[in-house]
Design a protein around this ligand. Structure first.
Ligand SMILES: N[C@@H](CCC[C@H](N)C(=O)O)C(=O)O
Length: 269
């Protein structure tokens, strides 16, 4: 069987989107997700996105990382699917229901409420998630936030100089994080601007991470370091993140369709 896909990205964090909302597709397992996301022998991307019908929202978005693992949330993909859908919609994810709204050249997304309890991150044992008493070779005292998926955030002098390629995988796989974790290193430029690099769980270094931008901005706001609306500059470009008085995170930024294509399902199954 031939299957259609759309190749999209949000600030260079790229996706294969498969749309099974009106035409069902065979089940996707971890091995198939890995085969499709492979940049040498597959189509290649950071995340594979599968759209399906939903009983509780306008549609459901499932997210598979580059390593094939299925995860709960993806901020950049939320904007991409808003663009693809072409209208405001509620989207069921395993991290919660989010609200997407296409905008000129992108989308704005209500990402829901952040969670700070150590059990909700999740961490292996209890501690203060605003200033965690832990460290890894010079990266220390991070904060932890769950914005649908788990994040740890380090404030550093110079995010570009942080050794994320070596410490990222170490921290991602530390037993402190039973579900593993996305690792953010951030520099506060001023009260309205943060620079950020992200080591994504199940992927590695990416050009941008929407949930990482949300988690980092909210942690910086929780620490009183920035205003309740900030620009977060990632290697791939800028996102605007706001945390409202009623505890909801709004992310606004670009999304792009790169091209469409099709592939033979059995070649990857
Ligand atoms: N690229 C994403 C996050 C994708 C999932 C993440 N790697 C995880 O494992 O939680 C984003 O834009 O938020």
């Amino acid at each position: 069987m031939r299957a259609d896909f759309t190749k999209m990205h949000g600030l260079g964090n790229d996706f294969i989107v498969l749309d099974a909302r009106t035409r069902s597709l065979p089940a996707i397992d971890q091995a198939m997700a890995r085969a499709l996301t492979d940049r040498h022998t597959g189509i290649g991307c950071d995340q594979l996105i599968l759209l399906e019908p939903s009983d509780t929202a306008d549609f459901r978005m499932r997210i598979f990382n580059h390593d094939g693992g299925e995860v709960e949330a993806c901020g950049n993909a939320s904007r991409a699917v808003a663009l693809l859908h072409g209208a405001a919609a509620s989207v069921q994810t395993s991290g919660g229901v989010i609200q997407v709204e296409p905008r000129a050249q992108g989308a704005s997304v209500d990402m829901g409420e952040p969670r700070f309890d150590w059990e909700a991150i999740p961490l292996a044992y209890g501690m203060d998630t605003a200033t965690m008493p832990v460290g890894w070779d010079g990266l220390d005292k991070p904060g932890a936030v769950n914005v649908g998926n788990p994040h740890v955030v380090f404030f550093v002098e110079d995010a570009d100089a942080a050794p994320l390629d070596t410490l990222g995988p170490e921290i991602e796989n530390d037993p402190l994080f039973p579900e593993r974790v996305n690792v953010n290193v951030a520099t506060i430029v001023n009260r309205e601007h943060i620079r950020l690099r992200v080591w994504e769980r199940g992927v590695g270094l990416t050009r941008a991470c929407g949930t990482g931008a949300c988690a980092t901005a909210v942690h910086a706001m929780r620490c009183g370091l920035v205003e309740r609306e900030v620009t977060v500059t990632l290697p791939g470009g800028d996102l605007t993140i706001a945390w409202s008085e009623d505890n909801r995170i709004r992310m606004t930024g670009p999304a792009t369709e790169a091209y469409r294509g099709s592939f033979e399902w059995d070649d990857f199954a």
